[in-house]
Design a protein around this ligand. Structure first.
Ligand SMILES: [Zn+2]
Ligand SMILES: [Zn+2]
Length: 174
């Protein structure tokens, strides 16, 4: 769906695409990023200095209720923050680095397959699916390995015993 067809479907439902709504929809659509409400407000204000925070938050709510944007929490990486993205994009999973907050989008057939499997397994009609995967990106894995290495090479504080795992290794039985 292009932005024009969104306008069309809104008009059919008697919802007017006001200037504020248009500005926000375009920002969310064009940046292709996952922006939080505050960041969107700052960007929208550059386009229309008359816009205030309350209007932006209210508009986001309306766009969400109208099924035009998706509200994400991205594994709560940013605490209670919510992020917005357009529903125009093909379904995808969010892959979030829990160290630097980088978000990647995974598109692909496996998601459609998962949907179909769930539908047939439970006799369920899937309306929406949101997939989030948390972990460490390649860059952060390297940094973490280095940090662990540095910690290990540091001399232990005198008088303080190193706190290793308290439990004894359990012999594995086969
Ligand atoms: Zn990272
Ligand atoms: Zn996304």
């Amino acid at each position: 769906m292009a932005l024009e067809s969104i306008e069309g479907s809104l008009k059919e439902r008697g919802v007017r695409l006001t200037r504020q709504r248009q500005i926000l929809l375009e920002l969310i659509d064009k940046t292709g990023q996952h922006l939080d409400a505050e960041r969107l407000y700052q960007m929208a204000k550059e386009k229309d200095p008359k816009l205030n925070r309350v209007t932006v938050y209210r508009t986001l709510k309306m766009l969400k209720a109208g099924g035009l944007v998706d509200e994400l929490d991205l594994m709560h990486y940013g605490g209670d923050q919510h992020y917005y993205e357009t529903r125009l994009k093909q379904e995808h999973a969010h892959v979030i680095c829990l160290r630097c907050g980088k978000v990647e989008e995974f598109f692909g057939e496996p998601l459609q397959r998962l949907r179909k499997q769930i539908e047939s397994h439970f006799g369920f009609q899937v309306l929406l699916a949101r997939t989030e995967v948390g972990g460490y990106c390649a860059h952060c894995q390297t940094l973490r390995a280095r940090e662990v290495e540095e910690l290990r090479s540091q001399p232990a504080e005198p008088g303080k015993r190193e706190q290793g795992p308290a439990r004894r290794p359990v012999a594995r039985r086969r």
